[in-house]
Design a protein around this ligand. Sequence first.
Ligand code: CP
Length: 652
Amino acid sequence: MFRRNFLSIADLTNAEIEEIFALADGAQTLRSDRVANGQIMATLFYEPSTRTRLSFESAMHRLGGSVISCSDMKSSSTAKGETVADTAKVVSSYADVLVVRHYWDGAVKAMAEHADVPVINAGDGSHEHPSQTLCDLYTLRKEKGELKGLTVVICGDLKNGRTIHSLVYALARFGANVVTVAANGMELPQYVLERLEKEYGYTLAPVASDDLSAVVTETDALYLTPRQPHQLALFTQLDSTMIQSRFNTMVSGLRYDAFYMTRKQKERMKEGTTGGDYPTIGPRFLSEQRFKDTVVMHPLPRVDELSPEVDKDRRGIYFKQAAYGVPVRMALLKFLFNQRDTKRMPTRRGPAAYQSPEPLGPQCRNPNCITVMEPPSTVRKFDIFTGGPGGALILGCIYCDHRFKVQLVGHIKSKRYCAYDTGLADTVKEWLKKKELAIFNSIKEAEELSYEPYKSGPQRTIMDETEIESAVRDISRQILGDCQEPDRLLILGVRSKGSYLAQRIAVELENQRKTKPEVGEIEIYGSGDEIRRLSAADADAAPLNLKDREVVLVDDVIYTGRTARTALSMIFRSGRPQSVRLAVLVDRGHREVPLKPNYVGKNIPSSERERVRVKLRESDYGEKDKVVIYSIINPNEAGQAEINSERTVNPD
Ligand code: CP
C-alpha cells in the first residue's frame, strides 16, 4: 500500500502546506464528514507531551476515528529491549497511522522505514517537530496574513529546540526573515545554517546576542534573510562600531512581526550544566513602542522565560497557537489519508545519497543519532556534498541531518585509499556514480579492509621544527603587542591542527606574560558544541562567552579562505567579540574570499595542484614538527605507479 510519512517539514511542499491550511479552515466540515471513520491511530510517545499527543488524539476522535496508545513507553516492551524498528513493524499492523515522539534524533524516520502505515514525527530528539511548525505557520498566517516578508525573532535554546529547526526551514521557504537571539552556547547548529544557505538561499549576518535587549537597540542578533549577501565575515578585525553600523544598515526600519520564544531544553543538556543566562520576555520588554504589533509565540510548555503577565496582553497568542493544534492536525491526518488513496509520490530532492559498499564505513558523529544509539534499526545512508568550507567533502546523515567532513576516501576496485582533497572532487564524483567509493573513519579501518595508501608526490620540507617554534614565538609576541586588554584574550584554534597551534601560542603567551590566556577550539563540522573550551579541567563549565573578547582565531594553513570565513561566521554568531584577528602558520597566497590574516608564520605561494601539510608532534605521532609541500597525484593517474615518495598522504 502506498503511504506518505510526515517526518520533516521538507516532506511537504509549500502548496501542500497551503492545502493543509485550507483543510484546517474547514475543520468543522472534516468533523461532520467523519473522514477517519473506522481508522485507528496509534500514539507512541517515548517522551512526555501534553499538547502534541492530546491534540493528535483529539483530532483523530473528531474525525470519527479511534486511538490506541501506550500510556508510558517504559511499560511497553521497549523496557525489555525491543528495538524501535520492531515496535514500529508490530504496531503498524494494529493501526492505520502512527504518531511517534522519541528522544533520539532520527528515531521516527527509522520507525517509518519499518512501518507499513503512514508515520508522523511528533518530535525526535533535537532534530525536528514538523507538526508543531504547521501550527506555528497557521497561527502566524491567521494573525499576520501572508508569511512572505514577515520578520520573526526566534529566541532561546536554538541548538536543542527541535521546533525551531523545523520552523526556520519553513520560514525560509515562505520567504520570511528570521532574527535569532540565542542564549549563550545555544545558537542554531551549523548543519541547520548550512541547509538554510544551500537549500533555501539564505545568507546570514553573523552577529549574535546573548540578551533580548539587543533587539531593542538593533545592535545584535543574527539576521537571516533571503538572498541579501552580507560582508561581515570578510573582515578579520571588527570593532563594535563597525558591527553596529553594518548591522544597522541591515535592520534599520525593520518591523518585528513576531517573537517566538522557547524554553531551555534541560533534558538535552549534559547533566550538571545549567547553560548560563537565558533571555526572557515580559511586559517591560514588550513596552517598547516598536513592538506594539509584535505577537508573542511559544510552542509551550514554558518555564520561566515567558512571564504569565503576557497572557493578558493581546499580543500573547501562544494559547491560541496550542489550540490550533487540533484543526491543523485534523487537516494533516485528512491530507495523509488522501495521499494514501491518490498514490501521489513525493519527489526526493537534494544531493546524491551515499551508502558504504564496504561492511565498515562512515558513522554519524551525532552521539544522539538513532544510527549510533540503535544501529540495527537503521541502514547507514548519507547525503553527500562536495564544496563545503575549504572544498571539503561533506556527509549529512539522512536520519538526523548532522553533517561532518570526510577525511579518507578509497576506491573499492583498486583497494587504495588516500586523504580527501579538493583536487579529487571529480574523481570522487565518478567513483560515487559507479558505486565504487569507500569512505573510512580511520586509517586503521581502511587497512582492516586491506586497502593500501595511494602515494603522494615527492615532499619538500619548507619549515622545520626550529622555524615553526620561532614562528609561534613571533606570532605570540605580535598578538601581545596588539592586544588592548590581555585579560579579554581568547585564543581559538580551528580543530584540529589549529587547536594544537592555539595551545602552543597560549603557552608562549604565558611565558611572555606570566598568565595563560583562555584557549578554545572551534569545530567547523561538529555535532553540537562547536565552540568549546580546550582545557579538560573546565570542560563542564558554562559555554565559552565570546562577548567583548579579543579573539585570535588560529589555523595551520590558509588557502582559499573558506574555512576561516566559516569559522568567523560561527564566532560572530556565538557572541559579539570586541575584535577577531586571524593567525596562521602558513599563508599559501591564493584566496577566494578577501581575507587577510593578521599574523603569518610564513608565506608560501603555492599552486592548486600542490599541497601544504603541517605536521605536528601532537597529531603526527612519532614525527617532528615540520611543514612539507608536495604535488597531489590523482589516484586515477597514479594507478600502480610507484612514486618516489617520502611518506603517504595522511588526513589532517
Ligand atoms: N509544543 C509541544 O510539543 O508541546 P508538548 O511537549 O506538550 O507536546
